[in-house]
Structure formats: structure tokens, C-alpha cells
Design a protein around this ligand. Structure first.
Ligand code: XMP
Length: 507
């Protein structure tokens, strides 16, 4: 295992993903909460940071606790920190060291630099630079403007690099990371989806024994993969509940439910459409709608869970990004834990213990594990879909009639995206029902009907997003099909806003 100590860089999670892509397990911990180093820890990586090592209040760490004992790699701030605290000098760089650069000099006999091609492209992003290095430092790579692009402390396994090996613009970053992980740390590349599945099924068996577990399925990837793992561990003792809130995509409840049954899951489909529609009646404020849906979900789930006797555990599909403690360096050394489960909290009196089998996985790893466990492609490759479903894609108040119209429009949209190969190219797509009417003409008739907006975005994690440049021909075809087939819609528009300043959903 590799320990990554986070100084608050936006790239820390990316380092972890790159390590995992090389099938090596790693964990991110805040720099000020170093966990105990056990014999499984093979090396340490110090991340970048928005801070400067010269600033008062900059994150501090005793790196000597690792230096000479474990292989250590400092990236950007991490490298500057090692240099500064070994007697070197870090100063503001005269020219901005930002963007692409090439390693003009590479010490190819150095283990970290092994097999890096000359002029290898790297990505720089720092306002400080290492000006002077102590005598026991050796420069192992330089660019035209950054002499100390990479260094090693002689006769030790401590390295620093000032560029970001984790971003794809550093074209040989993977090779460099592999050199560090495999050759220098001696890690074994055994962190694979199959190994993870096997180990976690064993661990779940041990943890849960003959206890009953209840899990809310949503049709999304995370809860589905969590269910498959638990199913393999406890079989029929896993009770899955899949609630039809009447706000899912057209036909989705029935088709996903039958996929779950095909997978052998012990799943109960609960038709609660009317309870949700009743709770939503007359509500048009987005947050009130969200609250109502959350509340009814818990009521329905609670009712169902109570029908299963003697349940001990509640399983959740929480994934790693939800549990990493984020370091906010510039706002003080406070650590906040992000947490956003669709399921929310259950009433206290249920007193269930929580089991979260995916909490060490990134999203792409969840998919790989799902694939290894035989989850069908239509669930694996599904776009993210918000918990409140179509209710936040119907602006204003929600009625079953509007849901029906939007489901039809969304169906035509998604079907065309799939048929044209665009579904897998966009991160998320959906149709939005607007509460405004406009004039149109159909045949000789004047119409006065509603507008549907189409949204498609590219994104990595939903935090920022670009609108997708769908081909005009495709948009034209979708627009025609929607207007010609759906009574109540006479106009279709395409959303060309990016996030920020817009958001992905309209509510
Ligand atoms: P926004 O609209 O904030 O959406 O740009 C970012 C991502 O979050 C999803 N989203 C939600 N997911 N409950 C959810 O489970 C919600 O209330 C909710 N609101 C937005 C959205 O679909 C996108 O993937």
C-alpha cells in the first residue's frame, strides 16, 4: 500500500487514481493526520498544495519520519517542502512556470527516470521554484526554465518532482509513477477488481455472518455493485428494496427490476408513485421538492424494512470520494468530511449498523468491479441520475401528466443518443420540462404548448461541466421526433450553458 499525504492540492485524488490504475492500493490522508505506518506501507507520496512553503501557516509535516525509512516522493509542494526543509532555497519563480514543458535533461540511469524518453513532456503548475539545493541533492531532470525539475537525495530513496506526473499532459507520468511504485517501493500490482471483489466478499462474510442486511437500490451503478458484492457474501440475507417513486425514466423501473432479478438478487420492487405525487402536489420550490422526496423515500423505505424481521445492517453505496477528508489549507487547517448519500439518514429508532462495501473505491473502480461481477452494460454505463429524478427536471410543480410528457421526451432523446453512439460520449444527458407555453403552428392549427429543453454535458465528476457539442443533424432529428410525437410539446431548445456559472440540472 502507498500512503498519499494531502496538502490540499486539487490533483491529490488524481494521484491516487493513477496509483490505483497501476493496480497498487493507496490511501489519501490529510498531512496533519498521518496514520500509523504498518508493514504493508511500501512508500509515501507528498501531494501538491495551493499554499507556498514560504508562507506563514503553510502546512507542515515531519518528513524525516519517512526519509531514509521508506521510499518518499514529493510532488510539487511536496518536493519544494523537502528541499526547503533540507537546507535548500525555495523562492518565487521569475517566470510563471505553468503549462507544458519538456525535460531537456534526464538522468536516465536514475531509477525514477528509467525509460523516460528525452524531451518527455511534463505539466508545470507552480508559482514557487527550487532555486538552490543542498550538496547531498542530485538533479535528475531539468527543463529549459526549471533546473530542479526532479531531484533525489543521494544514497536515499527520497525523490522530488516539481511537475505534476498525475495529469495526462505529463505524457510519461505513468512510467515515472510505475518506476517509483514497482522498482523503488517494491509494490506488487495485485490491486485488481477481481482481487478486490474476492477480498471484500470474504471480509463481508466475516463481518456480517448470518445477519440480515437491507439495501436501497436506485438503479445506479454504486448501489447495484454494492448489492452484488453483498449478495455474494450473504446471499438471501441481503434484502434489497427498489422504490418506484414515479420520477424515474420511462420504463426504467420495470426493466431495472427485471435485471436485478436476473442477477439473482433478493429484491422487492415497491410501487410508491402515488405517495410521492401526493407529497409533491402544489410544491414548486426546488429545495422543498427535494425535501419532500427525501422524506417520503425514508418513510417508504422504513415501512418496507420493518416488514423484514430482525434486520441488523443497512448497506450503502458510499464511494471513496465521499469519505476522503478534504484539506482546506488556505481557509485554515480545518478538515471537513463531504457526505452526500441519496438515501440520507434513517430514523434513529431503526438503530441499524452501517456497512459500506465500496467506500475505498473511486467511481471508475466501482465500474470495473461491477464488470468483474457480471453487472450488465446497461447498468454499468448508465449516466448519473439525480435522486429526486424527473421532479427536478420539471420546473415548478410536478404532476403525473407532466412526468408522462417528460418521460416520453426523455425517452426519444436518450434513444437517439444511444442509436447515434453519443450516449457514451457524454457524461450526462436529460430533457427538462419548462413551465412556459409558446405559440406554434401544426398543419393549419395554432398551438399553444410547452417547451422541452435538452441538456447534455461532458464532465469528469460533475463539479464542472461543458455543454456537449451534439451534431446539428442529431438535434434536428430529436426535435422533430419530440414535437411530432408528443402532444403538449411544440418547441424544443438546446441548453448551451456550462457549469459554472450554470449547473447541470436546472433546479
Ligand atoms: P448540478 O445540477 O449541481 O448537478 O450541477 C451535479 C450532479 O449532481 C446531480 N444532482 C443530484 N443528485 N440529488 C442527487 O442525488 C440531488 O438533489 C441532485 N441535484 C443534482 C446532477 O444530476 C449532476 O450529476
Amino acid at each position: 500500500k502507498i500512503l498519499i499525504l494531502d496538502f490540499g492540492s486539487q490533483y491529490t485524488q488524481l494521484i491516487a487514481r493513477r496509483v490505483r490504475e497501476l493496480n497498487v492500493y493507496c490511501e489519501i490522508h490529510p498531512y496533519n493526520k498521518v496514520p500509523e505506518i504498518d508493514e504493508l506501507t511500501k512508500g509515501v507520496i507528498l501531494s501538491g498544495s495551493p499554499s507556498s512553503v514560504r508562507m506563514e501557516g503553510a502546512p507542515q509535516i515531519d518528513f524525516k519520519q519517512f526519509h531514509g525509512k521508506l521510499p518518499l516522493l514529493g510532488v510539487c509542494y511536496g518536493a519544494q517542502y523537502i528541499a526547503q526543509h533540507s537546507g535548500g532555497n525555495v523562492a518565487p519563480s521569475e517566470i510563471r512556470e505553468y503549462g507544458r514543458a519538456n525535460l531537456e535533461y534526464i538522468h536516465t540511469n536514475n531509477p525514477l527516470m528509467k525509460e523516460l524518453p528525452t524531451r518527455s513532456q511534463v505539466w508545470m503548475s507552480h508559482g514557487d521554484t527550487i532555486k538552490d539545493i543542498p550538496a547531498d541533492f542530485e538533479i535528475i531532470a531539468s527543463t529549459d526554465s526549471v533546473k530542479v525539475a526532479a531531484f533525489q537525495i543521494k544514497n536515499s530513496q527520497t525523490y522530488g518532482i516539481q511537475f505534476h506526473l498525475e495529469v495526462t499532459h505529463s505524457t510519461d507520468g505513468k512510467q515515472l509513477l510505475q518506476n517509483f511504485l514497482i522498482d523503488i517501493c517494491g509494490c506488487v500490482q495485485d490491486w485488481t477488481p477481481f482481487a478486490f471483489a474476492e477480498e471484500s466478499i470474504d471480509a463481508l462474510k466475516e463481518q456480517l455472518k448470518d445477519d440480515k442486511v437491507v439495501l436501497g437500490l436506485s438503479g445506479g451503478v454504486d448501489s447495484s455493485v454494492a448489492a452484488l458484492l453483498l449478495h455474494q457474501a450473504v446471499g438471501k440475507n441481503l434484502h434489497c428494496i427498489f422504490v418506484d417513486n414515479g420520477l424515474l425514466r420511462k420504463d426504467e423501473f420495470a426493466s431495472v427490476l427485471s435485471s436485478y432479478k436476473d442477477l439473482g438478487l433478493n429484491v422487492k420492487g415497491v410501487d410508491a408513485k402515488q405517495r410521492f405525487y401526493d407529497a409533491l402536489a402544489g410544491l414548486s420550490d426546488p429545495e422543498l421538492k427535494r425535501k419532500a422526496i427525501g422524506r417520503v423515500f425514508i418513510e417508504v423505505f422504513d415501512d418496507e424494512a420493518h416488514q423484514i424481521s430482525d434486520v441488523k445492517w443497512l448497506a450503502q453505496g458510499t464511494i471513496y470520494p465521499d469519505v476522503i477528508e478534504s484539506v482546506s489549507v488556505n481557509g485554515g487547517p480545518s478538515a471537513t468530511i463531504k457526505s452526500h448519500h441519496n438515501v440520507g439518514g434513517l430514523p434513529d429508532y431503526m438503530k441499524l449498523k452501517i456497512v459500506e462495501p465500496l467506500k475505498s473505491l473511486f467511481k471508475d473502480e466501482v465500474r470495473r468491479v461491477g464488470k468483474a461481477l457480471g453487472l450488465p452494460d446497461d447498468i454499468l454505463g448508465r449516466h448519473p441520475f439525480p435522486g429526486p429524478g424527473l421532479a427536478i427536471r420539471i420546473l415548478g410543480d410536478v404532476t403525473p401528466e407532466k412526468v408522462d410528457i417528460l418521460q416520453q421526451a426523455d425517452y426519444i432523446y436518450v434513444k437517439n443518443l444511444k442509436d447515434s453512439g453519443w450516449y457514451d460520449k457524454v457524461w450526462q444527458a436529460g430533457a427538462i420540462y419548462l413551465p412556459i407555453q409558446s405559440v406554434g403552428v401544426m398543419g393549419d392549427e395554432r398551438t399553444y404548448e410547452n417547451v422541452v429543453a435538452l441538456r447534455a454535458v461532458s464532465s469528469v465528476d460533475g463539479m464542472t461541466a461543458d455543454w456537449s457539442h451534439l451534431p446539428y443533424d442529431l438535434l434536428a432529428k430529436i426535435s422533430n421526433e419530440i414535437i411530432n410525437n408528443i402532444k403538449g410539446i411544440n418547441r424544443v431548445v438546446y441548453d448551451i450553458s456550462s457549469k459554472p456559472p450554470a449547473t447541470i440540472e436546472w433546479e
